[in-house]
Design a binder for this molecule. Structure first.
Ligand SMILES: Nc1ncnc2c1ncn2[C@@H]1O[C@H](COP(=O)(O)OP(=O)(O)OP(=O)(O)O)[C@@H](O)[C@H]1O
Ligand SMILES: [K+]
Ligand SMILES: [Mg+2]
Length: 697
């Protein structure tokens, strides 16, 4: 998988920088050993039905052992060993989960260290700069704070004024500073990051204790992990198998007494435990945790395990254009007037319409007019102006003042607007030419009109993110269709689609259109992933099966999605999908292995149990184990150790290579099904030889 990674985009994040080569340090192992004992608490273990049952029978075996010791029974040593290995089966299962959690816990520790005690500069008057110093923990949603160069952002919020470069490395591990500014899709700031230059005023959006950093800590720590529907279903299946084996086991004494013998309870207990699906029961939760953990390594935070699973089966990926496929810093680059309009007149109108436009686009228009024509921003108050803010629905913005009503926006929106004012209007062919020229170059044309009079076009430029084409090709090879969905016009969309290599695009889309497209795909049985950064992407991010919000995006987007990409790289979905597939495959493979294991255990235990009174069963004794006792012990020891042996595979995951589902299934059945039958024969035989040699049985 590493070969597919685009270098640079996947910076080592702080949260996993301190890991050893194997990813598991001695510290983690020590804590995991301690936690294995803690997890014996039946109140927590009950969530894992198979292991809970093993704990009950281990307790039962222990009671029998104590009774036998007190009664002075012979053969106490055998009972003691069975009880011992049963407890170890539970401990090994707990250890698997604890090791999986341990990596996250260590990461959480590192994150906690970055959550220093910050003082906030709370503004009494949002317009002014008079502040009182308060503890960051005292900030409520809605408070306005000033953050200046050198200050740590005290909590999550939206920039309402100003522009600053921010060091987000505490969260993302990426050391290059990012720009945060009011308006637009780059307005979100995260508590714990640091302003490097300039200043911003931030409206706090998070309640104390539920900031992004808090959620991130809870997440990597596993505090918020819930079982996914698939995991619950598998658990029910495993519990069902366990019940069947309870019945199977309790009928055995009657067979034995029929033949005039009797089977000791500890032997029944041992048989039962080896037959129930303990291997997958022990590893199931570790597999899930490891999946989330692998995503964190790629700087993707998954808010739910369900999203990771869904990622494994994604058919369609929708992406917003600006800020997702392109860098998202749309800047005005030229004014293109219609015949009969001077460039200066157009620039002046455009600037007037943008003076209160807090989006990056709006600000860049003001700046360009000033740079090219020396037009100064005017005081708005004396003009009695009403500002019409940009919205993703109207796709235009502007200003109404005495004697003028200026609008700028997407060409179809402005044309509809002037037509509504003057139904007789003739749209000049030159306008279409200008719009098309900009769009063909991949730029965003904004048409400017004063009343019903069309003035010209502003060219907004943006740049497609590097390396994106190859990554979309990789997604195509994985069978995932990419669709760009943008509020921009069809020609710009086509130009960017061609440049970036997406499979399809939808232009002039409103937030509702984005949502509708996702619903349509889902209605056709497709699993949909969506990458977006804007507030207008939020409904779609919430509706998608996998909603990946860009870390650079707005607060609304980051809250709506079920994953956040700290590197803001939409093509990261490749890794997300691979990790999802890997999770599904690993779970399937280990379930197959676990159940196939039982076959071998029948051959080990059944002949050993009945050999004395059903000599004909000896034909089943293909393994030729030393004694019945050693056969039973070997099976139970194998059963416990296979859990430990498979922990690395559960954590690392079974490798995924793009291939058809059929071939994948066949391959896994061969490896884990056949392997699951063969391995215990060898393992049990070896353990039998060893324990007979050392005289344990
Ligand atoms: N500040 C603004 N004032 C007027 N019109 C704007 C402004 N910003 C954008 N527009 C117009 O509105 C259209 C939709 O913009 P928006 O940012 O909502 O797009 P989107 O749906 O997020 O898609 P994408 O992010 O892919 O461009 C833009 O293509 C542009 O024509
Ligand atoms: K078992
Ligand atoms: Mg957008």
């Amino acid at each position: 998988m590493n070969d597919n990674m685009k270098s640079g985009a996947f910076s080592e994040s702080l949260i996993h920088r301190k890991r050893g080569v194997a990813g598991i340090s001695g510290d983690i192992l020590r804590i995991a050993v301690r936690d294995s004992f803690r997890k014996l608490d039946p109140r927590t273990l009950v969530r894992n039905p198979v292991m809970f049952v093993v704990e009950i029978v281990a307790a039962l075996a222990t009671v029998i052992l104590l009774r036998d010791i007190l009664a002075g029974h012979p053969g106490v040593g055998f009972t003691a060993q069975i009880a011992f290995w049963l407890w170890f089966t539970v401990l090994f299962a707990n250890f698997a989960e604890a090791v999986a959690e341990g990596r996250g816990k260590a990461q959480a520790e590192n994150l906690r260290r970055t959550r220093t005690q910050t003082q906030a500069k709370r503004l009494a008057d949002p317009k002014g700069r008079q502040f009182e110093s308060v503890s960051a923990l005292k900030l409520k949603a809605g408070d306005i704070v000033l953050v200046e160069a050198g200050d740590t952002v005290p909590s999550d919020g939206e920039v309402i004024e100003g522009i600053a470069s921010v060091d987000e490395s505490a969260i993302t591990g990426e050391s290059a500073p990012v720009i945060r500014e009011s308006g637009g899709d780059r307005s979100a700031v995260t508590g714990g990051t640091r302003v490097l230059s300039d200043w911003i005023k931030v409206r706090i959006t998070a309640a104390p204790g539920s900031t992004f950093l808090d959620r991130m800590i809870a997440l990597v720590e596993g505090a918020v992990r819930q079982k996914t529907p698939n995991e619950i279903a598998l658990n029910i299946l495993l519990a069902g198998m366990t019940i069947i084996f309870v019945f199977a086991t309790v009928t055995i004494p009657s067979f034995a007494s029929f033949a005039g013998g009797s089977v000791p309870v500890v032997v029944l207990v041992a048989l039962f435990v080896t037959l129930i699906p303990t291997t997958i029961g022990a590893l199931l939760s570790a597999i899930g945790i490891a999946g989330m953990d692998r995503l964190v390594k790629f700087n993707v935070l998954a808010m739910s395990g369900r999203a990771v699973e869904a990622a494994g089966d994604v058919d369609t990926l929708l992406l917003d254009k600006t800020g997702t496929i392109t860098l998202g810093n749309r800047q005005a680059s030229e004014f293109l007037p219609l015949p009969g309009v001077s460039e200066r007149e157009l620039a002046d109108a455009a600037q007037l319409a943008s003076l209160s436009d807090e989006t990056p686009e709006g600000r860049s228009i003001v700046v360009l007019a000033k740079e090219k024509y020396g037009l100064r921003g005017r005081e708005m108050a004396p003009l009695h102006a009403t500002f019409v803010p940009f919205s993703a629905q109207t796709r235009m913005s502007g200003v109404d003042l005495e004697g003028a009503s200026i609008r700028k926006g997407a060409s179809d929106s402005i044309i509809a607007h002037v037509r509504a004012l003057n139904p007789q209007i003739r749209i000049p062919a030159e306008l279409n030419n200008l719009v098309e020229d900009v769009a063909l170059a991949g730029g965003t044309p904004l048409v400017v009109a004063n009343g019903a009079r069309l003035l010209g076009v502003i060219h907004l430029k943006d740049i497609v993110k590097g390396g994106i084409r190859e990554r979309f090709a990789a997604l195509r090879r994985m069978g995932i269709r990419t669709v760009m969905i943008t509020g921009d016009n069809p020609v710009t969309a086509a130009a960017i689609a061609a440049e970036s290599g997406v499979d399809d695009f939808l232009a002039q889309a409103t937030p509702e259109d984005k949502l509708a497209l996702i619903r349509k795909e889902q209605a056709n049985g497709k699993l949909v992933a969506m990458c977006g950064d804007g507030t207008n992407d939020a409904p779609a991010l919430a509706q998608a099966d996998v909603g990946v919000a860009m870390q650079t995006g707005t607060q609304a987007a980051r809250e709506a999605g079920n994953m956040v990409d700290l590197d803001s790289d939409p093509t990261k979905l490749i890794e997300v999908v691979m990790i999802g597939k890997q999770l599904l495959i690993t779970r399937g493979a280990l379930t197959t292995f676990s159940i196939a294991n039982d076959v071998a255990k029948y051959f080990a235990i059944i002949p050993a149990m009945f050999a004395a009174f059903y000599p004909s069963l000896n034909i089943l004794n293909v393994m030729h184990l030393q004694t019945p006792q050693s056969a039973i012990l070997s099976a139970i020891i194998f059963n416990a150790f296979i859990i430990i042996a498979l922990i690395p595979l559960a954590l690392r995951g079974v490798r995924y290579r793009p291939q058809t589902a059929g071939r994948l299934l066949f391959r896994n059945l061969m490896i884990y099904g056949v392997g699951g039958v063969v391995v215990p024969f060898i393992g049990i035989k070896l353990i039998d030889i060893v324990i007979s040699a050392v005289g344990l049985a």
